[in-house]
Design a protein around this ligand. Structure first.
Ligand SMILES: [Zn+2]
Length: 282
């Protein structure tokens, strides 16, 4: 099985020291590709190093061998206060080093005490970069769906499409978003019983626009679905990226689909939006 993780954060500090083990386990668990999302200028260098390490991993002892790591560079709305005056130039520099993907970017009116002012301008600037270079872009949106739709409608978008990660928006918006080029990814977190509305929404996602993600180390699955437990240094549970296969299995069961059929479809979708955008410059 070739599982594709449409969205994770393997460069996250909470995974420091675990990375080689995590990638070894992911390779054994059938994970073929993953999009690793940056969140701010401070983690872009780690992301570049991770992608280079994976790309040069001809040595069978190197754990990333066999897993295609697509690095994605972007400013997450939660960390915009950390922007340097040159942040956009820095972003362009990384996207020139590896013309791979833009993200995680987005709009968030849910997080308490997070200022909304400035989020739209940062979002649009990054969306424009992705559109100019036709790179896939990964979008986070919480409680700002109306504005997101307006901004996507009124600005250039990458021709190859864009990802709405952990899509938790209203089902009624799916056709309009899909017409603009949206792909919708399902996280294991939505397998929790209380997330019935979000699960149900995925029945309305066109089958050629469905993707699956872990968002590791966040968005843990319900305890009964977890196949790979992981604990951070502070003793708090983390989401292991190899739980991706359990997310596929959980969604297949919920949709009443055969796991192999679902996996083949998701791999096709993943390749359509993310392939060929990750070529390393030598
Ligand atoms: Zn994320």
């Amino acid at each position: 099985m070739n599982y594709c993780d449409a969205h994770n954060h393997l460069q996250d500090d909470r995974l420091d020291g675990h990375l080689d083990d995590l990638l070894t386990t992911c390779a054994r668990a059938g994970i073929a590709r993953m999009v690793v999302n940056g969140t701010c200028e401070a983690d872009w260098p780690q992301l570049l190093a991770l992608a280079r390490h994976a790309a040069s991993a001809e040595d069978p002892a190197v754990p990333a061998r066999g897993i295609q790591i697509i690095p994605s560079f972007g400013y997450h709305p939660w960390y915009l206060a950390r922007r340097t005056p040159e942040w956009l130039e820095h972003l362009e520099h990384y996207l020139t080093e590896i013309p791979s993907a833009v993200g995680e970017i987005g709009l968030d009116r849910w997080k308490p005490d997070l200022p909304y002012a400035g989020q739209e301008a940062a979002f649009v600037a990054q969306l424009r970069l992705a559109a100019d270079r036709n790179l896939p872009v990964s979008i986070h949106c919480l409680q700002a769906w109306g504005r997101l739709l307006e901004l996507l409608r009124s600005h250039p978008r990458p021709e190859r499409g864009f990802l709405l990660h952990s899509f938790g928006g209203p089902a009624e918006l799916i056709p309009a978003l899909a017409r603009l080029g949206a792909y919708f990814s399902f996280p294991g977190y939505f397998l929790h019983a209380r997330k019935e509305r979000q699960r149900e929404t995925f029945k309305a996602v066109p089958s050629d626009r469905l993707l699956i993600e872990t968002d590791a180390p966040d968005q843990s699955l319900p305890p009964e679905n977890i196949r790979y437990p992981l604990t951070g240094r502070d003793g708090k549970p983390l989401n292991h990226p190899a739980n991706l296969e359990a997310v596929y299995a959980g969604l297949a069961k919920y949709l009443g689909e055969d796991l192999n059929t679902l996996a083949a479809k998701v791999e096709n979708n993943f390749q359509r939006v993310f392939a060929e955008g990750h070529l390393l410059k030598n």
